[in-house]
Design a protein around this ligand. Structure first.
Ligand SMILES: [Zn+2]
Length: 409
């Protein structure tokens, strides 16, 4: 019965199963006890003819006849088998007088001790009189008229119902009177709207066109660029989570501060603990807020490769701050570039050209030869190069464009 203690639903289902078993058991017990109609009639020569239909269940039938229902001084008659009916006759009877007839049937093997049933009923001696009784197969070990299985089933049923009622009463009593249950219900009411986690999930799917692309796929790069491009969406989700998390911490602190149980009895305390655990908000351990899914399907769809990276709240917060710092770097870099470009005055440009003799320092081309001369940063601005005479040189357009951002030796 201790197994019925776990949860309400388990208790109920266990009870249902047990009741079903008992019902089945009782039905089986009832259907196994067969009833046979037996009859007595008065013959033309004023004898009582007792007829008992024979079936496999009965091994021996005896008949008794007496003038009182208690069967005092009864006459015994053995039955003759006539076809599938056992027949016995009682003669030398007084007309108009009522006699009592009793059948004794032995079931099965014929051992009279185990399964025996008898029934008596009255019949008045007068031609045409008939009377019937029933011969009910049953276990004679039970003293009263009700089959043993029925009694056992009924007792178990009653016990189970009592047990279930007690359980229910205990549950209700605990939930109504427990300070802990009342406290956590109040906390749930106050906090649950603040700590709920949204289920919306950002998914970024990528269908790639080669296996090489698939192998080299940079999920973190994707999520970083998404965090920049869809900054508001990311920020909103991360902020929601951070707030919800802070509220959850508050909730958990308050839950831990709820006073210990007031119940001294272990059964009540256990029931309270069970209800408390059920009411207490539990956050899922892991979940993802954003997902990057990348797939490559080979030509004709022979092979399908798929992988994904999931980002939970903490990881997303890191991604957002990383994206922000990358954006910050970019802003600093843009500011630096603008500043250095602004530092290049027409005077400075002229000074550099004059210093280098109005010719490309790389190939020696001059304006007279048709070259377009540029003043170039030796260490590029993008690499932190400054706009100073030492870092400037004259290059023709061809040489300058071929150089790109490489350092000049
Ligand atoms: Zn040149």
């Amino acid at each position: 019965m201790s197994g019925l203690h776990n949860t309400k639903s388990k208790t109920l289902s266990a009870l249902c199963a047990l009741l079903a078993c008992i019902c089945a058991f009782m039905l089986a017990a009832c259907s196994s006890s067969s009833t046979q109609q037996v009859s007595a009639s008065i013959t033309d020569d004023y004898q009582i003819k007792v007829e008992v239909p024979l079936s496999g269940a009965w091994s021996r039938i005896e008949a008794q006849c007496a003038q009182t229902p208690e069967m005092d001084n009864a006459t015994l008659a053995y039955c003759n088998i006539e076809g599938d009916v056992a027949v016995a006759y009682f003669g030398s009877l007084e007309q108009g007088q009522t006699y009592y007839v009793r059948y004794i049937g032995c079931e099965g093997s014929g051992s009279t001790e185990n399964k025996e049933y008898s029934e008596s009923f009255g019949i008045t001696v007068s031609t045409g009189q008939t009377a019937t009784g029933s011969l009910l197969s049953r276990d004679s070990s039970a003293n009263d008229g009700v089959p043993y299985a029925l009694i056992v089933g009924a007792v178990v049923c009653v016990l189970l119902i009592v047990f279930a009622l007690l359980l229910l009463v205990m549950k209700v009593y605990v939930s109504r009177t427990s300070h802990r249950i009342a406290a956590i219900k109040q906390l749930n009411e106050d906090y649950l709207p603040l700590i709920g986690m949204p289920t919306r999930l950002m998914t970024f799917p990528y269908n790639l066109t080669s296996k090489q692309q698939f192998d080299r796929f940079d999920a973190e790069g994707v999520i970083l660029s998404k965090a920049v491009l869809e900054k508001e969406r990311f920020d909103e989700m991360v902020m929601h989570y951070i707030t919800a998390k802070a509220n959850l911490r508050d909730y958990q602190t308050h839950v831990a501060q709820i006073e210990p149980t007031q119940f001294r009895h272990k059964l009540l305390a256990n029931e309270e603990a069970r209800q408390f655990a059920k009411l207490r908000y539990k956050r899922r351990d892991s979940f993802s807020l954003a997902r990057v899914v990348w797939t490559y399907i080979s030509p004709k769809g022979r092979n399908r490769y798929s992988d994904e990276a999931a980002y939970g709240d903490e990881m997303l917060a890191a991604v957002v701050s990383k994206a922000e710092s990358r954006e910050g770097e970019k802003a600093v870099y843009e500011a630096h570039k603008a500043q250095e470009r602004a530092a290049m005055t027409p005077q400075m440009r002229y000074d550099v050209l004059a210093r280098d003799g109005y010719r490309c320092v790389r190939c020696g081309a001059t304006a007279e030869m048709g070259a377009v001369l540029h003043v170039d940063h030796i260490i590029p601005v993008s690499k932190g190069g400054k706009t100073e005479m030492d870092n400037l040189q004259t290059l023709c357009e061809d040489c300058n464009l071929g150089k790109g951002n490489r350092y000049c030796e």
